[in-house]
Design a protein around this ligand. Structure first.
Ligand code: ZN
Length: 177
């Protein structure tokens, strides 16, 4: 039986920042990065180009510097915004858009069970072609985003005949247009 999605509405709409605005982001290790917004785009437009179904208008901020030392893009829940900079790869943009889509929908029990089932199939921290593609083990959000966007992770899921099941248990998120 399909579970019904629940949209988690935590905050009123976050006002959009504009070109030229600056703000800072604190990383997990406590360091702060100060960034300036060079360009603002509606993330819905970008999502459509990728075939993804983002159902609310949120900003994609293009910054003068990378939003994080450890990643070259981000979805920030507090701002309900995507953060990119000139060096952000397309795969990262896709990944962060999936976060924007999935983050505010309640994870179903079925998906949790599936995640727990496959979490330990793969060893931790394996690298392939210079990429640590088992980012998905960190939490269910990374699992969803990598499952929809990471070519290596998708190929591993397919090798293990798990990809169709992944799509089935995440279907309620309505990721594709
Ligand atoms: Zn992520």
């Amino acid at each position: 039986m399909e579970e019904q999605p629940t949209l988690l509405v935590r905050d009123p709409l976050v006002p959009w920042k504009k070109e030229g605005d600056t703000f800072s982001l604190t990383e997990k290790d406590g360091t702060q990065t100060k960034m300036q917004i060079m360009k603002v785009e509606n993330a819905v437009t970008l999502a459509k180009e990728f075939g993804f179904n983002l159902q609310r208008d949120i900003p994609a901020y293009y910054l003068n510097t990378a939003p994080s030392k450890t990643a070259n893009g981000a979805y920030v829940d507090r701002l309900d915004a995507l953060l990119f900079y000139s060096g952000t790869s397309e795969i990262t943009k896709r990944h962060e858009i999936i976060h924007a889509i999935e983050f505010r929908q309640e994870v179903t029990q079925e998906l949790k069970t599936f995640f727990e089932k496959i979490k330990d199939i793969f060893p931790d921290g394996i690298e392939k072609d210079g990429l640590t593609f088992f980012n998905y083990r960190k939490d269910i959000h990374e699992f969803i985003a990598d499952g929809y966007t990471h070519p290596l992770f998708i190929s591993v899921l397919k090798e293990h005949n798990l990809y169709d099941e992944f799509l089935a248990v995440t279907k309620y998120l309505n990721v594709f247009i």
